[in-house]
Design a protein around this ligand. Structure first.
Ligand SMILES: [Zn+2]
Length: 578
């Protein structure tokens, strides 16, 4: 009997007579893999297939009772579910930037494999959410959106154009003048106006598209500091995103990166004093960190930039926290220095502990912001590890809050052109290679990209990766089309919900519906119908779209349904079902 190592991912395989026999059977039966078996990989495939089943699953999964009882338990738990129609005291909003469904599934497998499981059967924390829907992500002007347009949809409730933040589609990308009068406010502001505490936690700079949309209005997502703005925009009265962090909404907790947009040009960074690119960028000479601190005099407010000081922040006695751990975006989780920077789990925990002291509750946006950036670089390892860390942050969020009073949402803003392909064996590394080779007699990775920097075709041939370790953090998966950076992709994204009114997050909806449904559930913003004190009076929703203000105007005896149909058709139709 011959022994050999076939795939360094997982299995030591035995080539034996049985596999040859099975190969012949499949050949006779015209199995769909037949063409591949007829090539050299046939015996390898079968032995590996057998081995995987025998090694990992035979004892339980071969028994039909395993699947029946598993399904029956699931059925019972679904039957036992009770509709939670409470008013949400808290909203915990987890946004995985670029966390499309392929990323979600692949990260689930990785999470399990990091715990020495086969992975496919692993239950992520986000898998446990009882309500699932899909959101259509297109923007007003593009079939495939960016994070600014999508954030304006799911945070402000209004779809808009690519690259713009907190303004409607009447505004034009990069045109300051078009921004005026077209501002739309976000659920973060609506929650603050309702007396809740509010916060943002991100792994990117806090001025980046997703967090910025919660507090800023900008005709360009790239106006991080005044140095990033064209003179004309400044002349026309537009202000940079970093300065709006202090101006628009009184945000209780701000955690992420982005120090360099807060300090005057040339200011040395405390962590990288010798690195020129990390130095302050502001041309207006303002030090927004100092300004923030002086604005909070009389309150317990901490600004921190390293883990030691962060750990020393006592959430029980802290009113305000600004934590900026890097000059720009935070490091990828796989490259994070645990002595210098906290994980997304730790930042999520600190934020919740500070915010939840408010008896009126809180709104917290937690962004896993670098899933997207890893995918742009064609680095699946990084994207998946970021997603796994994000899932642990969600688990921490659930641990610290109560399902009866906290609406927790997990969603992505848009997807990426990463594909999950081939016929990898059960339990094979998600970052590994297909056991069945392509017609060029070369293996390929299970995860690949439609476009991106991983395009390496020379003389019509793909690279031979037989001896390449594709599971390293720096490995760039093959892409079909060469682009410097992988684009986004346009398929729908998953929306997962748990807690009060979680059942509103079902079906296939426009992405801007999310903000309306969250606001309804928590009784914030213009929609007051779910509020304990709601009367038959009607609400005028126009301020949400036109004036940038979120005050509620109660207008006596106006026709309710006509007003609602134009804004919240989806919400109305879903509510009428319950
Ligand atoms: Zn992106």
């Amino acid at each position: 009997m011959l022994s050999l190592i076939y795939d360094p991912d997982l299995f030591t395989l035995k080539l034996d007579f049985c596999s040859i026999f099975l190969c012949a059977v499949l050949k006779l039966n015209h199995h769909p893999f037949r063409a591949h078996f007829l090539r050299s990989c046939c015996p390898l495939f079968l032995t590996s297939f057998q081995s995987s089943l025998l090694l990992l699953n035979a004892s339980s999964e071969e028994n039909p009772e395993f699947w029946r009882s598993q399904a029956q338990k699931t059925l019972q738990s679904v039957l036992d579910r009770k509709l939670n129609t409470n008013v949400a005291k808290n909203i915990l909003f987890f946004l995985g930037d670029g966390m499309g469904i392929t990323t979600y599934t692949a990260a689930r497998i990785l999470k399990g494999q990091l715990q020495n499981q086969t992975g496919e059967e692993t239950v992520m924390t986000m898998d446990t959410f009882p309500n699932v829907g899909l959101a259509k992500t297109y923007s007003v002007d593009f079939q495939i959106p960016d994070s600014a347009a999508t954030a304006t949809a799911y945070l402000c409730g209004v779809k808009t154009n690519l690259n713009v933040i907190g303004v409607s589609a009447a505004a034009r990308n990069g045109v300051c003048k078009s921004q005026k009068g077209n501002e739309v406010t976000s659920i973060l502001k609506w929650a603050k106006d309702a007396g809740k505490s509010v916060g943002i936690v991100t792994t990117t700079r806090v001025q980046h598209a997703t967090p910025a949309t919660s507090y800023a209005h900008s005709a360009s997502r790239k106006w991080y500091s005044d140095a990033d703005m064209p003179d004309a925009a400044k002349r026309d009265g537009c202000t940079d995103i970093a300065s709006q962090l202090l101006k628009n909404t009184d945000i209780d907790v701000i955690i992420g990166g982005g120090r360099k947009y807060m300090t005057p040009k040339g200011t040395k960074d405390p962590e990288y004093p010798r690195d020129y690119s990390s130095r302050g960028k502001r041309k207006d000479g303002r030090n927004l960190i100092n300004e923030w601190q002086s604005m909070k005099i009389g309150k317990v407010a901490h600004y921190v930039w390293n883990k030691t000081d962060f750990d020393a922040v006592d959430p029980e006695t802290t009113d305000y926290l600004m934590a900026l751990f890097e000059p720009g975006d935070l490091r990828f989780e796989a490259e994070r220095d645990p002595n210098m920077d906290p994980s997304i789990v730790e930042t999520t925990e600190k934020a919740i502990r500070i915010l939840q002291k408010n008896p009126k509750g809180f709104f917290l946006l937690v962004e896993g912001g670098r899933i997207d950036q890893a995918h742009h670089a064609g680095r699946a390892f990084m994207a998946l590890h970021e997603t796994v860390a994000f899932d642990y942050a969600i688990a921490k969020g659930l641990e610290l809050t109560k399902e009866q009073e906290t609406l927790t949402i997990v969603m992505a803003d848009h997807s990426h052109p990463v594909t999950f392909n081939g016929y990898p064996f059960r339990g094979q590394s998600i970052l590994g290679k297909s056991p069945l080779w392509a017609t060029d007699m070369l293996p390929y990775t299970t995860l690949m990209y439609g476009n991106g920097p991983g395009h390496k075709i020379t003389n019509g041939k793909r690279p031979d990766i037989r001896n390449v370790n594709t599971k390293t953090k720096d490995y760039v998966q093959l892409s079909a089309v060469p682009t410097e950076s992988a684009t986004h992709s346009g398929e729908d994204v998953a929306v997962l919900a748990r807690g009060p009114m979680g059942h509103l997050f079902q079906g296939v909806q426009e992405q801007n519906y999310i903000a309306h449904a969250m606001a309804y559930a928590a009784c914030v913003g213009a929609d007051q119908r779910h509020c304990p004190f709601f009367s038959a009076n009607t609400i005028d929703l126009t301020p949400l779209v036109t004036s940038g203000k979120s005050e509620v105007r109660v207008i006596e005896e106006r026709n309710t349904s006509a007003g609602w149909m134009c804004q919240c058709g989806f919400l109305q139709s879903i509510l009428s079902r319950f």
